[in-house]
Ligand binder design. Sequence first.
Ligand SMILES: Nc1nc2[nH]cnc2c(=O)[nH]1
Length: 369
Amino acid sequence: MTNYNTVDHQEGQKTNNKTGKPYLLLLGLNYVFLFVGSISSSLLSKYYFIHGGSSKWVSTWVQSAGFPLLVPPIYAPYYLLKCTNRRPFSSFTPKILILSIFVGLMLGINNLLFSWGNSYLPVSTSSLLLSSQLVFNLILSVIIVKQKITFLNLNCVVLLTVSSVLTGLDSDHNKPHGLTQPKYYIGFFCTIGAGLLFALYLPVMEKIYSRVNTYSMVMEMQFVIEFAATVLATVGMSSDGGFTDLKTESDRVFDKGPGLYWVTVIFNVVTWQMCFMGTAGMVYLTSSLTGGICSTAILGMNVLGGVLVYRDPIGGVKAVATVVCLWGFCSYVHGMYLKMKREEEEERVREIENKQKNLDMEMASAENV
Ligand SMILES: Nc1nc2[nH]cnc2c(=O)[nH]1
């Protein structure tokens, strides 16, 4: 199993084989998961609320309940494909298990706040507000994993934050018909709270991953994390009539009928799982800050999704905010690409120098003989 565990906490600095093909393939795959999962799950969460769904607990539950989907990729390599000697979950220590459960509970609360915000605000507004998580992400990454602040990451964080502040200031234009001022502010603060928790979740995950040495273990941890988040959501849902809500909503409330209700729930479960698996992979393969920047930039795309799919109102300010968000992300990815190329070149030069040195030494010892 490929091992990508050496990190020095600068973007893209997985020093072990970080430019190799398997690494880039895995990175690309995770990014596709994150991209598709994040955009579709945000739109589907809103679809649930727009068509009559009203339970914040149902919307929270679907964000983590897809953890059984991780069973085949966790067990198949050992039991079916027999391509690894590592038994699933064999590297778990009690400490890692407890930490994973703790992170799972934190994620469960984040999911609840996220649902609360999403139930009141337009997709585009909540997505841009969530972008504020990046500043907290940067600060907490500096504290927790000693992330270095560079021009590249600071520039991106500033641009994405300016983008979300612009949206916050544009609240009058963002309020759809029927959304009262108190509901707008509840949605606003729940979303900012979710951003804060997510900003803590990412560097805490990176810290735990520093003890992890295979990608399989990342999937196993994700299984435990999502399981814990689901237990929290299930307890909340049971105490608040959520399971009855599921039945009532599907039979009587959802205006697209029971069939589409269950399709919405199932697709929510699958796309959220993709989103969180992609996030975990990005954090493991790069860093919590790069993972945060990638997820936050996709939120900028959600703005376009909200406008195109739900006809969210978009004024000049929101349009400028979206452009700033995309500009910040693109300049970061471009900077990272240049950095990776530079490192590849440096590595190549080092290899040539080492080969030359070895050759010189061999020739010198041959002459001495
Ligand atoms: N708070 C928060 N929750 C999420 N759930 C999935 N993506 C996100 C995100 O970017 N922020």
